[in-house]
Design a protein around this ligand. Sequence first.
Ligand code: ATP
Ligand code: MG
Length: 274
Amino acid sequence: MPNGYSVGDPILQVKNISLKLGGNQILRDLSFDIIDILRAGSTTGQIVGLLGPSGIGKTQLFRILAGLNTPDAGEVLVGHPGKPVQRGMVGVVAQHYPLFEHRTIWSNLMVAGAHSGKPQADRERRANDLLERFKLADRKDHYPAQLSGGQRQRIAIGQQIMCSEQFLLMDEPFSGLDCVALDAVQELINEVTHAHELNTTIIVSHDIAAVCEIADQVILLGREPDENGKQIPGAKVMAKYDLGEMGLAWRKGITTDPDFVRLLEEIRQRFPLL
Ligand SMILES: Nc1ncnc2c1ncn2[C@@H]1O[C@H](COP(=O)(O)OP(=O)(O)OP(=O)(O)O)[C@@H](O)[C@H]1O
Ligand SMILES: [Mg+2]
């Protein structure tokens, strides 16, 4: 194997998911697996990007992966041996960053941490670390309404990191961040994911560059053309990129690598066709 890595057991299996809403086919017989990636000498979690244009069905798929919605057909299995996903198995950062409006920032983080079952001292250390990292330590006694959109987003991500165990699912975590905040969120996702071998973060997004920079696997969602070139309704997996195998994962400064730049261009080219 290139880059000294090998694959282990499946961690998440998405099997033949179909969904119709209001008479429209949104997802059509969609399947993919996420497999544990092993690298000798290092703990390697999985960061998987689910990319697709606006309206393709990413948020709908996200809700099914998180066990929040049930598809019309198909199933999502978590872990090995696979168990059907249920609400609460997967940490979820939603697209609109819901927070408890009547609680302070600190209290928002601590409530989330209470679900983790970790000792109080650990939770407080983690929350303080998150606030430092997100440059929000001086805001811990503020309420969500007193934060900017980007600050809310960082707290919403922090909440899920406080409470999630192995799986973290994020819907558009990079939208609306300036480049400093984007770096901080990417670094945090990297750190949290690679803290444990079986940790898996799935990022649902249309931000090709921000996702590819930290992902080791990228799945492109789109619609297949029929024999006349007309799109068949319902999203499917159109391509899978294994960035680990391509030598484009787990490296700092990857953004200037010519192969990486070519990959972004290839994905961009495919986007409007989806
Ligand atoms: N309750 C609903 N009833 C009918 N159609 C719906 C409903 N909710 C979503 N849809 C449709 O399902 C499709 C997929 O929506 P979804 O929110 O999953 O897109 P998305 O890929 O997440 O888009 P974005 O990148 O803009 O967030 C859209 O065409 C949307 O209009
Ligand atoms: Mg969406």
